[in-house]
Design a protein around this ligand. Structure first.
Ligand code: NAD
Length: 249
């Protein structure tokens, strides 16, 4: 019997990077995967590859998020795992001295409000079932701050971390676990896009990683599968660092 046999798992941002690697890993472990993304072409390809479904949704839009979970529940009759992972990188210049209010609000909307909405609309189904695992993607910067001056991104991920802890505590006695995943730098399109804008940033970032390299998305996916499975049954409200040692340095 596989660890995630027949569990229904919704993965936002499942078309790329960490989300895509996790969709593959969940499927390998027996889950029925629902890939959610704005990118229809890549999302459909991902869903087809893992034998799952694709839903196009903007996770920062309340109506679309409500409809997403209602549709998944109507189709499968259960939602066991919610990996709230979609997010965007910081704006090019994300220093507090220069970041404008519009750029700030866009990052909060996509990285933080989306997680609030996804939790809000999946929790009723998990409460009905009396079980569930929610994993929200924060970042190591939520714990440590960033050496590369990215105020809107770091603040959004700090919000995800605090919200996950609060929800983990609130719903612990209902059998629902909520954890914040805090990856270090991961070799994905998001990171490559960031470093393409500012190549020196990669070197500055790497200095802080004791392992001396960036993670591959598959290494993050393994941690997500653990948090989604019963192997982590006593872990909730945690900040789960998968960071190559950054927080210990
Ligand atoms: P990625 O760009 O490869 O994938 C992100 C996916 O999210 C894309 O497919 C994109 O289309 C989707 N998306 C973006 N906005 C959306 C929206 N409003 N609605 C639906 N889908 C949307 O990025 P990634 O590196 O895999 O990042 C995944 C998560 O991990 C993000 O929350 C990111 O902040 C976080 N993270 C990444 C790193 C890293 O170094 N790559 C480190 C720490 C945390």
């Amino acid at each position: 019997m596989q660890r995630l046999q027949d569990r229904v798992a919704v993965i936002t941002g499942g078309a790329s990077g960490i989300g895509l690697a996790t969709a593959r890993r969940f499927a390998e472990e027996g889950a029925k995967v629902v890939v959610v993304d704005l990118d229809e072409t890549a999302g459909k390809a991902a869903a087809e590859e893992v034998g799952g479904d694709f839903h196009r949704a903007d996770v920062a839009d309340e109506d679309q998020v409500r409809e997403l979970y209602a549709a998944v529940h109507a189709q499968h009759g259960r939602i066991d795992i919610a990996f709230n992972n979609a997010g965007i990188s910081p704006p090019e210049d994300d220093s507090i001295l220069t970041t404008g209010i519009e750029a700030w609000q866009r990052v909060q909307q996509i990285n933080l409000t989306s997680v609030y909405l996804c939790c809000k609309y999946v929790l009723p189904y998990m409460r009905q079932a009396g079980k569930g695992s929610i994993i929200n993607t924060a970042s190591f910067v939520a714990v440590m701050g960033a050496a590369t001056s990215q105020i809107s991104y770091t603040a959004s991920k700090g919000g995800v971390l605090a919200m996950s802890r609060e929800l983990g505590v609130q719903f612990a006695r209902e059998g629902i676990r909520v954890n914040a995943l805090c990856p270090g730098p991961v070799n994905t399109p998001l990171l490559r896009e960031l470093f393409a804008k500012d190549p020196e940033r990669a070197a500055r970032r790497l200095v802080h990683v004791p392992m001396g390299r960036f993670a591959e998305a598959t290494e993050i996916a393994g941690a997500v599968a653990f948090l989604a499975s019963d192997d982590s049954s006593f872990i909730t409200a945690s900040q789960f660092l998968v960071d190559g040692g950054i927080a210990g340095a």
